[in-house]
Design a protein around this ligand. Structure first.
Ligand SMILES: [Zn+2]
Length: 405
């Protein structure tokens, strides 16, 4: 369905979308019922249907309720539950998360795999393709990609500055590699902002119009929904909450600054501080175990970290006025030991008038939130995206040669 787009193919694409939209809305329909609803000529409709069936987007089934007196049972057409329409991929720092939706916009599956932080892009894309291959449609077949519209991708770091200030002939390497692999446009955005989008559409803040999302992971970042719109900010810089200074002159940060929230509240920062306090934990699950066992060093540490996070959130609340704050990322798995001190500091530092008007919640979509946000970016149906750019798209043709990567 993603062929080069001349006027004729665009018209054809429009007809396909019309038919797919009717099947999405009404469920299985016969050719006659589709004809009545779509307004296309019989020849055009049958032509479009033949292509959709051949491409695997639509499947036929014999109806049990065949009208009497006819020689053969009426055949109905339905969306193929195994046909993927959009793929979302979150290229996080040390893990990869994928999810896909079919043409009915049902999530057909998701998968995740950890990897080393320095894994090259080629291998990350290989891994992504393998994980996508492991997803299967609700028909329990293999996910078919003939109907794929686009891939929505989240990456670490600032996305948007390139689109605004540089020419589009220099796409992100992952866009080039994914375009080669899947043959469809690749939309790119910051992975944490996509996680915020996922939580604001389907997760802890579903329906929220003013949402602040904070992810406590290997990096610390977030995303904002302001007045019912996902906020990108000038140069795509919105949501970099991890680089707000909490300790002037403190530890150096990856961003080039010092004393950022990330130097206190990232996974590495917390585990290092726990070990420095005599604790033993190689990773977050071990830290969670220590917390559950009532380890005093762990509880004291998280109390201090939570206080810093809560102070930052209070300042952000006073500036932005969210009604919902969502805390996500692996460190949120430590539960009340971290969330309660966050809540206390938020309460103590936010303007008193806001205290009982902002709701602090744990994220609900888990590690796949960013991949789901990538899907939302592709479908571009959420009202939260009505004023949001579709993301810097990779030119359709030609695929840039190796020198320009
Ligand atoms: Zn920083």
């Amino acid at each position: 369905m993603s062929q080069p787009r001349g006027p004729l193919s665009q018209l054809r694409r429009g007809h396909e979308e019309l038919v797919l939209g009717l099947l999405r809305k009404h469920g299985p329909l016969s050719r006659g019922e589709l004809g009545k609803r779509c307004g296309l000529s019989r020849t055009t409709l049958y032509d479009i249907l033949a292509e959709l069936v051949a491409g695997g987007a639509v499947v036929t089934a014999s109806s049990q309720e065949a009208p009497r007196g006819r020689g053969r049972p009426a055949e109905t057409l339905t969306l193929n539950p195994d046909a993927g329409q959009a793929i979302g991929i979150d290229f996080a720092r040390r893990a990869l998360h994928v999810a896909a939706v079919n043409l009915a916009h049902e999530v057909v599956g998701s998968a995740s795999e950890p990897h080393d932080a320095d894994l090259p892009w080629e291998q990350r894309v290989e891994l992504a393709a393998r994980l996508v291959g492991s997803l299967t449609g609700t028909g329990a077949g293999t996910l078919r990609l003939g109907a794929l519209d686009a891939v929505g991708v989240g990456v670490v770091g600032v996305v948007g500055a390139q689109a605004a200030e540089e020419d589009r002939s220099a796409p992100h390497p992952v866009q080039v590699l994914l375009r080669e692999r899947f043959g469809v446009p690749v939309l790119l955005d910051n992975n944490t902002r996509l996680a915020a989008l996922g939580e604001a559409i389907w997760g802890a803040a579903a329906g929220g119009q003013d949402v602040l999302y904070l992810r406590l992971s290997h990096g610390v970042g977030g995303g904002l929904v302001v007045g019912g719109s996902l906020h990108r900010g000038a140069y795509g810089l919105s949501g970099e909450f991890g680089h707000i200074t909490v300790e002037p002159g403190g530890a150096p940060c990856d961003c080039g600054g010092t004393g950022c929230l990330e130097t206190v509240a990232s996974i590495r920062a917390v585990l290092d501080a726990f070990r420095a306090a005599g604790g033993r934990a190689a990773d977050v699950p071990e830290l969670v175990k220590a917390v559950r066992a009532g380890d005093q060093a762990a509880l004291t540490l998280l109390s201090g970290v939570g206080a810093r996070i809560g102070e930052v959130l209070a300042a952000l609340c006073n500036a932005i006025g969210p009604s919902v704050i969502v805390i996500g990322g692996e460190l949120a798995e430590t539960g009340a030991a971290l969330v309660e001190p966050i809540e206390r500091a938020l309460h103590d530092h936010v303007m008193p008038v806001s205290r009982h008007r902002v709701s602090l919640r744990r994220a609900t979509l888990g590690e796949v939130a960013g991949a789901l946000g990538g899907i939302a970016l592709v479908l571009h149906e959420s009202p939260l995206l009505s004023r949001y750019p579709g993301g810097p798209d990779l030119a359709e043709d030609p695929i840039p040669d190796k020198e320009s990567r």
